[in-house]
Design a protein. Structure first.
Length: 596
């Protein structure tokens, strides 16, 4: 078959299926622009498209054949038995799909064969080293640095799930900015996250996302964030004072091994902060760690076991995990119960806020929920989803960043000492009874504090990777990307590439953010070298909030305590889920230092 001309209508597989289903299928194949056309054999793309269509519609064909056998028993070819013939057909369809997915598609029919691919692929594991589903970041780092590519690398996960990893600023800028609405979060990602964070702005797509972001942006403008610094500071001060009280009480009780779990305290502090700053409500989880909202997040944000990871792989193969979420597993039960509590609390907060706005003649402020309600474009369920998003994503990511910050400062004590010197020299000491307030200008004028925070966010991104699916035929870096292609964006990899950050990219070094012109770039050669918050219309709407919150929490903690890891030689294990943080929550020895 000759390559089609632009706009030419091509009969693809009508002849193959018409005998059974009387289908007439015509596909208008639009040839790529001239600069892209030479990159790919159009015959290969056409064959791949045809085979993909056959595979995708085999189930429909089977249902048609099974119905025909049921209505006309004489069509049964296995001993005249309709059941046996139908079951054999089902087995044949399943066998074909498995063989196609594991062997035929990756080797012969993928339209992405021209993209550089690692050579160590197996039928079942793909490019993974073992059957155990685990994060691909180390392998992706190796390929990005050593596999010759022009911005894209094709690889395969367990089950031979095909992915395309973006490595160049050009490819990243197109996906994140200039062509961002050509790509969406895959269905299974939205199904997984929505149980915890609702269907808010994080998971919205297309025009819905544009409208939501436009209406929520005022709540995250700097003119509003700067007024929240006293909230961040006072909650941080409350946290360190409660930690010190806890240490003194345990010491008085004769305890010898007095350690602090950073995750425990950071998660409660950030939950309280998002409550006060986001909806003008203090959950008071710092003083009451047993409150039901705090407990719900604790039971949800646990590292998934092998079974949960296997279920996600199965869901990826199926294209949906909704049925798997209905299985009576312990994790499904915990997430279901916790998600219900979070949704109920969010709904209660919405109704309380509505009553407050109705009965108040004064200004209602521009906290997140007030802005969303004043926009007038969201009903109660939409508002509940937005609140769930900011409660979940807004506190867990910063809590993870705080754990990584403490971990990094313990591993680099000279950085901790230098940071403490800057904090104590420029910030007012905390008063146990009445903590001093702070304003944005004072915190923003501490260059080393911001250098440390930026380096923590670069070196240890709380969300190490995300994926997108092409929702239409498009291209990236001059390479055609067919509809349905799944693409990987990996801050954990890009943030550490020597190509962008120089020979010390793999070293924790806040000094890279010091000096003229480096405070925001770290001296990187591209804006897309720092992907922790992504870029473009789908970048993190709350990144200014998160950076200010982390700076205040870290300042009060390091200003008050000298911190050491309780188990400095323990191998770092990761808790993987919606965010990534140390599995043990960073148990550390906090020693109060007098004079601040």
């Amino acid at each position: 078959m000759a390559p089609p001309r632009v706009g030419q209508s091509v009969d693809t597989i009508a002849d193959l299926l018409s005998a059974n289903c009387q289908l007439t299928i015509r596909i208008n194949l639009q040839v790529q622009r001239p600069q892209v056309q030479d990159r790919v054999d159009q015959r290969t793309l056409l064959i791949a498209s045809e085979m993909g269509f056959i595979n995708d519609n085999l189930g429909i064909l089977y249902l048609g054949v099974a119905t025909a056998i049921y209505l006309r028993p004489e069509l049964a070819v296995i001993g005249g038995s309709r059941a046996a013939t139908t079951l054999l057909g089902l087995l044949a369809v399943i066998t074909w799909k498995i063989v196609y997915a594991l062997a035929l598609y990756p080797s012969f029919f993928t339209p992405l064969k021209h993209i550089p691919t690692p050579g160590n692929r197996s039928l079942l594991c793909g490019n993974a080293e073992t059957y155990y589903p685990k994060t691909p970041w180390p392998a992706l780092k190796d390929w990005a640095e050593n596999l010759s590519n022009e911005g894209l690398i094709r690889y395969y996960l367990v089950g031979n799930l095909e992915r395309v990893f973006l490595t160049s600023p050009k490819a990243l800028s197109e996906l994140l900015v200039t062509k961002n609405y050509d790509f969406e979060k895959p269905l299974l990602v939205r199904q997984t996250l929505s149980r915890v964070v609702g269907n808010g702005i994080l998971l919205a797509e297309g025009e819905v996302h544009k409208i939501q972001r436009k209406n929520l942006m005022p709540a995250f403008a700097y003119r509003h964030i700067k007024d929240l610094y006293p909230v961040f500071w006072s909650k941080g001060a409350e946290m360190v004072n409660l930690i010190q009280e806890d240490l003194e009480r345990r010491k008085s009780a004769g305890e010898e091994d007095i350690q602090i779990n950073v995750r425990n305290w950071a998660s409660r502090a950030t939950l309280d902060i998002i409550g006060v700053a986001g909806m003008d409500h203090d959950f008071d989880s710092l003083r009451d760690p047993t409150n039901r909202l705090s407990r719900s997040y604790q039971q949800i944000f646990t590292s998934p076991g092998l079974g949960a990871k296997a279920m996600f792989v199965i869901g990826a193969l199926m294209g949906s995990v909704r049925l798997l979420h209905m299985l009576p597993t312990g994790r499904n039960k915990r997430i279901g119960e916790g998600g219900k509590v979070i949704r109920d609390v969010a709904r209660q907060m919405i109704r309380m806020k509505r009553e407050k706005m109705k009965n108040s003649t004064a200004s209602t402020g521009i906290d997140i929920i007030s802005v969303a309600m004043q926009s007038g474009v969201m009903d109660e369920e939409n508002l509940v989803d937005q609140l769930m998003t900011f409660l979940g994503a807004g506190h867990e990511t910063t809590a993870s960043a705080m754990q990584w910050a403490v971990y990094a400062l313990c591993k680099n004590p000279e950085v901790q000492t230098k940071l403490r010197e800057e904090i104590r020299a420029h910030l007012p000491p905390l008063s146990k009874d009445s903590p001093n307030t702070i304003d944005a200008s004072i915190i923003d004028d501490l260059p080393y504090l911001h250098a440390v925070c930026n380096e923590v966010l670069r070196f240890h991104p709380s969300v190490p990777g995300t994926i997108r699916t092409a929702v239409r035929d498009t291209s990236l870096a001059g390479t055609p990307i067919p509809k349905g292609t799944v693409l990987t964006i990996a801050p954990e990899v890009i943030n550490h590439l020597e190509e962008f950050w120089g020979p010390d990219a793999h070293k924790f070094n806040p000094e890279r953010f010091m000096g003229p012109g480096k405070a925001n770039t770290g001296g990187a050669t591209s804006n897309y070298a720092f992907l922790t918050f992504l870029h473009g219309p789908r970048s993190c709407i709350g990144q200014g909030f998160a950076k200010a919150e982390l700076a205040c929490l870290l300042a009060v903690t390091v200003g008050r305590f000298h911190i050491e890891l309780r188990y400095p030689d323990r191998k770092l294990e990761l808790r993987e889920g919606a965010t990534v943080a140390p599995e043990d929550g960073v148990p550390a020895i906090f020693t109060p230092i007098e004079g601040w």
